[in-house]
Write a protein that binds this ligand. Structure first.
Ligand code: NAD
Length: 466
């Protein structure tokens, strides 16, 4: 009997982990993940398990099912034609030019995928929107798919809510799975039931929500906006704390213990990063502007503005702390990923902090346990437009945190890696120039202990030492 076949277009941070989980939970289904990047596919197939992305638990998961019922391939057409269900998990970044530049989501890759499916498919397919897309994308995709008239397509929206760093945990035990469909079309409802069945292999039925397509598409944008809004709110409060002497951790705890508010996502920091929050808020802003909902657009836009402001004022604090100049001073950047437990640097706050410090002629020593040196240099080359030679004169990347602290004037924590809490600060203090400064952009260092060693410590939203 023919086994059920799933294909996923896009072998990235979403396509790779989500399809690995489906293959693991559903041994009766064959899952093929395809991509246009040969390097990515080669890496997913690497015999040593050297995967293209770092995510706790991912390597073990992939190795347990790869070549059993999980396959990574460059053969897009073959995978599309064989599939009963096609997930599309390609990237949908913010448009960089043209109409809607800096706001709207760039759907070029989505449309290319849909056109490829339409050109290749000869048997009925269920097409699942896995990427985050603006509301009413399914409608546009449907018209591309059905234009060929060769076969029938059912379109479902199934946005992904995993968070990088906890992706496997989130996929294994999701708060909810959301499936949107056109409830007036019996074929779409049938397709929805097939997808519900797949998830039901491991997700309790009461956590699988079904809605109309538009609600599903909009919910993903709103979920990310709400999460980012909490971050911007607590970061705004951190500025009030610094101006008044209140302590942000005490305030967050007191506020979060109210069950209506909750303690999660109330951690002050140098601001959110990652490939999703900003682009999804901007996409929502663009939607509101297109609908003439200017006040709503402005409301959401302020989340992004406050995030930029938080990064900016953190850098000002570093410069002011270092006697108003960082020219020629060595500064150690601890963490370059946008959050802990990932090697992803997309929209990482560290990039903006480094960019501004380089602009002020600082010399940077950078350490991150999971980000490749080539990625750091590429990100910094891109944002500073310095050529590789100039960059090498101003930036050194270390594989050891202690070496990165040698002869440094200041430590700057950009990512909340757990290992930073456990560093030997006595040893680090001895290696550093004096006075030795620490600017903790994540409030994870042992501030009191460090102060007793002689460090001058700055925490986000923390009372300033007189
Ligand atoms: P990604 O950049 O890591 O992966 C996308 C992959 O798609 C890339 O490998 C790219 O080569 C491939 N691709 C692009 N065009 C293609 C085409 N025409 N044919 C075949 N492959 C193609 O992106 P991601 O982080 O996995 O995000 C994918 C989508 O999921 C985005 O819409 C994003 O907003 C959403 N999302 C991401 C996360 C996250 O944490 N990263 C979480 C939830 C939702």
């Amino acid at each position: 009997m023919k086994r059920y076949q799933i294909c996923c277009i896009g072998a990235g941070y979403v396509g790779g982990p989500t399809m690995s989980m489906i293959a693991y939970q559903c041994p009766h289904i064959d899952v093929t993940v395809v991509d246009i990047s040969q390097a990515r596919i080669d890496s997913w197939n690497s015999p040593s398990g050297d995967l293209p992305i770092y995510e706790p638990g991912l390597r073990e998961l992939v190795l347990s099912v790869r070549d059993r019922n999980l396959f990574f391939s460059m053969e897009l057409d073959e995978a599309i034609e064989n599939a009963d269900m096609i997930f599309v998990a390609v990237n949908t970044p913010t448009k960089m030019s043209g109409l809607g530049a800096g706001r709207a989501a760039d759907l070029t890759r989505w449309e290319l995928s849909a056109r490829r499916i339409a050109a290749v498919a000869t048997t009925p397919k269920i097409v699942v929107e896995k990427s985050t897309v603006p509301i009413r994308t399914a409608e546009a995709i449907a018209s591309v798919l059905t234009a060929s008239g060769r076969t029938h397509f059912s379109i479902l929206s199934n946005p992904e809510f995993l968070a990088e760093g906890t992706a496997i945990q989130d996929l294994q035990n999701p708060d909810r799975v959301l499936i949107g469909t056109n409830t007036e079309d019996p074929c779409s409802v049938e397709a929805m039931n097939v997808l519900v069945d797949i998830y039901s292999h491991w997700v309790p039925r009461n956590r699988i929500l079904t809605t109309n397509v538009w609600s599903s598409e909009l919910s993903k944008l709103v979920a990310n906006s709400c999460l980012a809004q909490r971050v911007s709110t607590i970061n705004a409060v951190s500025e009030i704390c610094e101006a008044t002497g209140a302590d942000i951790d005490e305030v967050a705890n007191a506020v979060g213990l109210d069950k209506r508010i909750g303690v999660k996502f109330l951690k002050a920091s140098i601001g959110f990063g990652g490939s999703c929050f900003q682009k999804d808020i901007l996409s929502l802003v663009y939607l509101c502007e297109s609908l003439g909902l200017d006040e709503v657009a402005e409301y959401f836009y302020w989340i992004v503005k406050l995030n930029d402001h938080q990064k900016e004022r953190f850098v000002f604090r570093i410069i002011h702390g270092l006697f108003n100049t960082v020219t020629g001073k060595r500064i150690t950047i601890l963490g370059f990923a946008f959050k802990k437990d990932t090697g992803d640097t997309r929209e990482s706050s560290a990039i903006e902090v480094c960019r501004r410090l380089l602009h002020e002629n600082a010399i940077l020593s950078i350490y991150d346990p999971k980000v490749q040196s080539s990625q750091i240099l590429s990100d910094l080359g891109h944002c500073t437009r310095l050529d590789p030679l100039e960059l090498n004169q101003h930036v050194s990347i270390y594989a050891d945190p202690y070496e990165a602290c040698n002869q440094s004037h200041a430590l700057v924590v950009c990512t909340e890696w757990d290992l930073f809490k456990e560093l030997d600060f006595e040893r680090i203090y001895c290696q550093m120039e004096k006075p030795a400064f620490a600017f903790d952009g994540r409030n994870i260092l042992p501030h009191e202990r460090m102060k007793s060693l002689g460090f001058v410590v700055y925490g986000i939203g923390k009372p300033l030492d007189k």
